[in-house]
Design a protein around this ligand. Structure first.
Ligand SMILES: Nc1ncnc2c1ncn2[C@@H]1O[C@H](COP(=O)(O)OP(=O)(O)OP(=O)(O)O)[C@@H](O)[C@H]1O
Length: 230
């Protein structure tokens, strides 16, 4: 995925806030990048534009080399559904569906076609024993892991994750990050994950720091994910 010179502003009650200022970034297939920054620095605004959920004021977003600027709504929504995986803080699971159905449903071939892959992913995130549970019968961390499995179900070009392990204990977090980074590396997804955790950031191939809507790349490359890629 690639973004060039993105500018995003929000009209507030008194003034227009420039939330993202001239941000360009590129995330290679199979690469995991951590996006870090203080509250209000522009992370969500950037994620929304990269996920084609908000139109930037300026700049372009390319997914698998395709410029999304001129696309019609139907094309954008198909791209979002099949080529981009989202893990939001509100997990947006369908309450009447089981864990397995929530993941399988998101598969490009639908509920039936997606079941096998859904089960495999749920097993990978440690939920093989909770396939038939509905969201309200699961803990917050378990729901979060369903959302991660769902995000990976189509081997998307891009995974955008907002604090994807925020509800997990250290050991489960580590396992889930493995699934996310190795799954991405194996499936060729570019992963951008927003995190406040230094531990999580250290598992990424690279760290992007956003401050006042402007991005800078950390000089320090962690190298962790690179090993995981092979
Ligand atoms: N709908 C909106 N209307 C007006 N201003 C907004 C709106 N959404 C965000 N902003 C402003 O844009 C800036 C960036 O917000 P954004 O939500 O992208 O930050 P963030 O880094 O995700 O913050 P947090 O970590 O607290 O979620 C902030 O100054 C915020 O007040």
């Amino acid at each position: 995925m690639r973004a060039d010179r993105l500018c995003i502003s929000h009209r507030g009650p008194d003034e227009t806030v420039a939330a993202v200022r001239d941000v360009s970034l590129e995330i290679a297939a199979g690469e995991t990048v951590a996006l870090v920054g203080r509250s209000g620095s522009g992370k969500t605004s950037l994620l929304m534009a990269l996920g084609l959920l908000a139109t930037p004021d300026q700049g372009t977003v390319r997914v698998e080399g395709r410029d999304t600027a001129g696309m019609r709504d139907a094309e954008l929504s198909a791209l979002r559904r099949h080529r981009i995986g989202f893990v939001f803080q509100a997990f947006n699971l369908l309450p009447q569906l089981t864990a397995e159905e929530n993941v399988a449903m998101a598969h490009r071939s639908g509920l039936r076609g997606g079941t096998e892959r859904a089960v495999r992913l749920l097993e990978q995130v440690g939920l093989g024993h909770r396939l038939r549970h509905r969201p309200h019968q699961l803990s917050a961390g378990e729901q979060q892991r369903i959302a991660i499995a769902r995000a990976l179900v189509n081997e998307p070009a891009v995974v955008l994750a907002d604090e994807p392990t925020g509800n997990l204990d250290a050991e489960t977090e580590s396992g889930v990050l493995d699934v996310l980074t190795r799954g991405a590396a194996g499936g060729g997804s570019a992963v951008l994950l927003v995190t406040h955790s230094g531990e999580v950031a250290s598992r990424a191939d690279r760290v992007l720091r956003i401050e006042g809507g402007t991005c800078a790349q950390d000089v320090e490359h962690t190298g962790f994910g690179k090993g995981a890629r092979s």
